[in-house]
Write a protein that binds this ligand. Structure first.
Ligand code: ATP
Ligand code: MG
Length: 666
């Protein structure tokens, strides 16, 4: 424990009751968690099986597991739970499925599935256009995150809009039940309700779990906080670490007040503050501290670092967004060659996913390897959604959403009117579409349509038996051949290359499934749900780009990470702070987001802004972000604008450096 400072050490060793480590960015909060897990196992004789650590992203969970394994060895770490809140919820739901009234092979709906379902319900019940589905889905999600049940929402609703939302919530929940499906928010909500209602089940979990650790605590929502309280119970084996200044998920129901609530709910709570930062130069920290001082604070803290004062922060004015992208890429090339750095030492951060597009083009043009986290995720691609729908139907025949998605993909002459008639019959019979195929007899549908439906239904049944049998994943490969999906992609795609790429996504999906079932020894249904979760919760890097490349991600996705050289692009009003937040007067959260971005940087930080930018087809002039004015002016260097160091000059310089390096090695 020699590398820890005294306060970190105290936090690691304190096990007499609940502990809150409240500290700014880069002060070693996550390090405390990993070290504490090792301490609990090695010094306190608590079996790894009885410890759970909850982190914010899958990537963080993976990294944490690796770090712990390095500290105590893989075999000692066996059985340790390190996961996201949603994965923890899924684990509880799986083992308590029967108490929750779920049939085996339940499906998990992603955001798009939920919106589709809500839209269908709106159209069915009100004959209304389903264009409010997105807003209503958002509202339902907030209710679930705040632990408000449908009946409560209905009882509390007063305005017509509220009543519509609450009733949609009620029907949505019933429909999910009928489909044997859950949405993401249910993954947390259902365990908390179960624990409230059945104390013996809660006691079982409490006696299994001796110690719980939570990272990024400031971003927990009400349901998640409840789950933590329930699991910890009276034992008090709890360490949470967080930083109220990094709370950036209010829009997803996060409640930084949960930090204060802890003190009320656990009167014996010990609080340890860490103030030394081990990540960034003093200048970067000073900028971060000065910026965040403009927010009101729940807890006061001041960060300092011993890593030297460091280089000034640079602000580069660019003429437009294209110039901005070229400039950043040219700078990275130049800096990397001069300082002999790796591509992986650079990160480019931005407020919105759309800002990555021009960057990608510029990076590709210059043949710079890069990795984009998030964006259009693997699982939102059509071919992947199609095959996932088949997989979901294999494990849960009642998943109507999945049924509707693929009934006619590839084309089986099961058109809209056939599916509508089947839907009406299923409604009448109060059963799923698949069950309706089984039950439907003469007169329900025209003979030819009925025959096609039944054929499809029986074929699905045979595939289900095949994948249930020894064949497993081989059965799924058989299914993909049976439907001739490759040929279908060829028909749909603009070129053979495109079709090939899409088919390789399908293969990637099946291979991942194969690997998951073999590595973890789990069944197909569990593997499918894990696949859904792995991606959709944070849409981060579906496949770790292991090689050396520049990292591109949103400010949100950068939380918890660190990079030697950071670029934050688009430091303009309406981008950061975001236009919607300005309109809603929610600047404090945007400031925290900027604070998160700035504190990712270890050695240098560069911010860029464009003088004009294209938006919705128009070119509009841009104002520098108000946050720049909040940074210490003496620590900033302005570049670009009138005294512009042009991209070309930068490129020339990079070429020169390259040729001199080459001659050095010749
Ligand atoms: P964030 O708020 O961004 O999540 P954090 O508080 O979790 O940051 P860590 O990521 O744990 O901070 O640590 C930041 C960096 O400081 C890491 O590179 C870590 O290895 C290093 N570090 C932590 N504690 C020490 C220490 N006592 N001595 C030297 N380096 C340390
Ligand atoms: Mg951290």
């Amino acid at each position: 424990m020699t590398q820890l400072n005294p306060r970190q050490r105290e936090a690691v060793r304190y096990i007499d009751g609940p502990l809150l480590v409240l500290a700014g960015a880069g002060s070693g909060k996550t390090s405390v968690i990993t070290r504490k897990i090792a301490y609990l196992v090695e010094q306190c004789d608590i079996s790894a099986k009885r410890i759970a650590a909850v982190t914010f992203t899958n990537k963080a969970a993976r990294e944490m597991k690796e770090r712990v394994s390095k500290l105590i060895g893989g075999s000692t770490a066996k059985g340790l739970t390190v996961c996201t809140f949603h994965q923890l919820g899924l684990k509880i739901i799986r083992s308590e499925r029967k108490h929750l009234g779920l049939k085996s092979g339940f499906s998990i709906f992603d955001g798009e599935d939920s919106r589709n379902l809500i839209r269908d319900l709106l159209i069915q019940e009100h004959g209304a256009e389903g264009d409010q589905a997105g807003t209503i889905a958002q509202r339902i999600s907030s209710w679930k995150n705040d632990r408000v049940l449908p009946e409560q929402a209905v009882a509390r609703a007063t305005s017509p809009a509220d009543i519509l939302c609450a009733q949609a919530y009620l029907r949505y929940q019933r429909a999910l039940r009928a489909y044997n499906a859950l949405d993401f928010d249910d993954l947390i909500l259902l365990p908390t309700i179960l624990f409230e209602q059945q104390s013996e089940i809660l006691e079982k979990w409490q006696s299994q779990l001796h110690y719980l650790l939570v990272d990024e605590y400031q971003d927990t929502n009400t349901s998640q906080y409840l789950l933590v309280k329930q699991l910890v119970g009276l034992r008090g084996g709890l360490t949470v670490v967080g930083d109220d200044d990094q709370s950036i998920y209010a829009w997803r129901g996060a409640r930084p007040e949960n930090l204060e609530l802890l003190q009320e709910d656990f009167p014996g709570l010990k609080v340890i503050k860490l103030e030394q930062n081990y990540r960034s130069t003093s200048r970067i920290l000073k900028a971060a501290n000065t910026l965040i001082a403009n927010n009101s604070h729940v807890f006061e803290k001041q960060l300092w670092s011993e890593l030297g004062y460091g280089e000034p922060l640079r602000i580069i004015r660019c003429s437009d967004e294209r110039h901005e992208a070229d400039q950043v890429v040219a700078e990275i090339q130049d800096h990397r060659l001069r300082k002999r750095k790796a591509y992986g030492d650079y990160a480019i951060l931005y407020r919105g996913n759309h800002q990555s597009r021009l960057l990608e083009i510029a990076l590709q043009q210059d043949q710079v390897p890069y990795h984009l986290s998030g964006g259009t995720s693997f699982f939102s691609r059509n071919e992947v959604k199609d095959i996932m729908a088949y997989l979901r139907l294999l494990v849960n025949a009642d998943d109507d959403n999945a049924f509707l998605r693929i009934a006619n993909v590839p084309r089986r002459k099961l058109g809209t009117s056939t599916l509508e008639a089947l839907g009406a019959f299923a409604n009448e019979q109060q059963c799923s579409l698949s069950e309706a195929c089984e039950r439907a007899g003469e007169g329900v549908l025209p003979e030819a349509s009925l025959k096609r439906l039944k054929e499809f239904h029986y074929w699905l049944g045979s595939m289900r038996r095949l994948s249930d049998s020894e064949a497993g994943v081989a059965g799924i490969r058989q299914l993909i051949r049976d439907i001739d999906y490759e040929d279908w992609l060829l028909q749909l795609s603009s070129s053979e290359d495109v079709a090939e790429r899409r088919m390789s996504n399908v293969h990637f999906l099946i291979d991942s499934l194969d690997k998951l079932t073999r590595d973890e020894g789990i069944g197909l249904d569990e593997a499918i749900n894990r696949l859904i979760l792995r991606d959709l919760l944070e849409q981060q890097d579906e496949d770790e780009a292991g090689h050396d490349c520049v990292q591109l991600m949103t400010l949100h996705a950068s939380k918890g990470l660190e990079f030697p050289h950071v670029y934050i692009i688009g430091m303009e009003e309406n981008l950061l702070p975001h236009r919607v937040s300005i309109e809603e007067d929610n600047i404090a959260e945007e400031r925290r987001l900027a604070y998160v971005g700035i504190t990712r940087a270890q050695q240098t930080l560069t911010m860029t802004l464009a003088e004009k930018r294209r938006q919705f087809g128009d070119t509009i002039p841009c104002e520098p972000s108000r946050f720049i004015a909040e940074l210490p002016a003496d620590d900033l260097v302005w570049q670009g604008g009138s005294d512009e160091k042009s991209v070309e000059a930068n490129k020339e310089r990079a070429a020169e450096t390259l040729s001199s390096l080459k001659s050095l090695f010749a």
